[in-house]
Design a protein around this ligand. Structure first.
Ligand SMILES: [Fe+2]
Length: 436
């Protein structure tokens, strides 16, 4: 796993309380305590209850492992796994940990193989993660070696349950996780199936970066349309998202853990923004112009009212589309103060070369240095820095107060409130009584 390169220092002890001291502030719906983002004990509990709990974790796209023997090295939460297509075309996901002495045996990020061999003592595993070979199992001249009752079948890798939908692969540690579509909920499935209709995908490239922030901040960022018009100059100047635009943000009704944020851009390239609104948006500039306006060409290819949408599927997947650039982002938690983002950009196998070129050009919006990705990374780092050592301990989420879930206006935190209501429940965190 990555070591944090963050320059921020050691977390103040008051921001790293043990679980028994983690009591949510009164008026729980409108407040988020800092320890949610900074406590090691909370992070450890998240790994157990969320990433190894009853959740489907995104691990790969089928297009990344199209042929038998193809594999990808990945993560479920912070745990290294391997995603493999076996000879019989089934997909397996198992921990990238040798059953012997624990080495991560798969070292390449992608490839094709007939078996996995641990580099340390050369124990070998088949494509489903079963132990198949132990060198000198019976010793030399029957001296040494494994006990007579040692059975390979008892010493395979830890294997996860797998589910796929239209080319997207998920894995879960839990036997109790409901079927994938039930877990996703109907409203999320409906939007998921827009880019993932079953059409064959073509992988266009990868980016990967570390963010010195807590992993949940990325979920919040994509349930937070408020920041989009204020932080992202590109969105507002070039009319992709301006105040008053048709937009929606919703959380799934069953739990509030998944989210969907979407907007429909006007047809013109340069935004028409009322002077009153401009005055509130310091990121707006009347003087910015594109050197190459093809960058914002929009080919309407889906039956969707939205020109842009960002879906968050709890706990680790983001499905992004901004006009014709599409991708998935995987959140890999890396301790309370760090996360790694893995970006996979894609198009479709039947795209024309011009369409692929267009998607790649427009792909500059995304990624760690993208015209839209860049500012989020920095803003989230600022938040983590701000709360790690401060003497005050509370975040305020009162926009659009009294509402949870769906909002059709941009100035709302209704879906962040939905997420944390679910989170308190799954993490079993009690809220303080309101003062009399
Ligand atoms: Fe953003």
């Amino acid at each position: 796993m990555y070591q944090s390169q963050a320059v921020i220092g050691i977390t103040n002890a008051r921001k790293n309380p043990p679980l028994e001291q983690c009591v949510w502030p009164a008026d729980a719906m409108n407040n988020i305590p800092d320890w949610v983002y900074t406590s090691q004990a909370i992070y450890d509990q998240e790994i157990e209850r969320i990433f190894r709990g009853d959740t489907w974790n995104f691990v790969a796209l089928e297009a990344e492992i199209p042929n038998p023997g193809d594999y990808k090295r990945g993560y479920v939460g912070a745990t290294a796994v391997v995603i493999v297509r076996a000879e019989d075309n089934t997909i397996s996901v198992f921990e990238n940990r040798c059953a012997h002495r624990g080495a991560e045996f798969c070292r390449s990020s992608q490839g094709n193989t007939k078996e996995f061999v641990c580099p340390y003592h050369q124990w070998s595993y088949d494509l489903k993660g079963n132990l198949q070979g132990v060198p000198f199992k019976r010793g030399i001249n029957k001296v040494g070696g494994m006990p007579a009752d040692f059975k390979n079948a008892d010493h395979g890798t830890r294997q996860l349950r797998v589910a796929t939908r239209n080319g997207v692969i998920f894995a879960t540690y839990s036997d109790k996780t409901p079927p994938l579509e039930e877990y996703m909920t109907t409203e999320i499935v409906e939007e998921f199936d827009v880019p993932f209709s079953g059409k064959k995908l073509k992988i266009l490239g990868y980016c990967r970066n570390e963010l010195p922030c807590n992993w949940k901040m990325y979920h919040e960022n994509l349930k937070d349309p408020y920041h989009a018009t204020l932080l992202h100059s590109f969105l507002v100047v070039f009319g992709l998202l301006v105040p008053g635009i048709k937009s929606i943000v919703f959380a799934d009704k069953a739990h509030g853990r998944h989210g969907f944020m979407a907007s429909a851009k006007p047809d013109e390239i340069y935004a028409t923004v009322a002077d009153d609104d401009k005055a509130q948006m310091r990121s707006f500039s009347d003087n910015l112009r594109l050197r190459d306006e093809r960058f914002l060409d929009y080919v309407r290819e889906f039956k969707s009212p939205w020109s842009a949408n960002m879906m968050t599927m709890w706990p680790n997947l983001i499905v992004q589309r901004q006009m014709n650039t599409m991708g998935v982002r995987q959140i890999i938690p890396n301790g309370p103060n760090s996360m790694v983002m893995q970006w996979t950009m894609f198009g479709y196998e039947d795209d024309t070369p011009e369409m692929t070129r267009h998607r790649l050009r427009q792909g500059n919006l995304m990624g760690p240095a993208g015209f839209l990705g860049l500012e989020d990374n920095e803003a989230l780092k600022f938040v983590q820095e701000g709360l790690r050592n401060s003497s005050t301990d509370n975040n305020v989420v009162k926009l659009d107060a009294g509402h949870q879930g769906t909002a059709r206006n941009l100035i709302s935190e209704s879906c962040i409130r939905s997420l944390y209501q679910y989170y308190r429940d799954v993490m079993d965190i009690r809220a303080a009584e309101k003062a009399a």
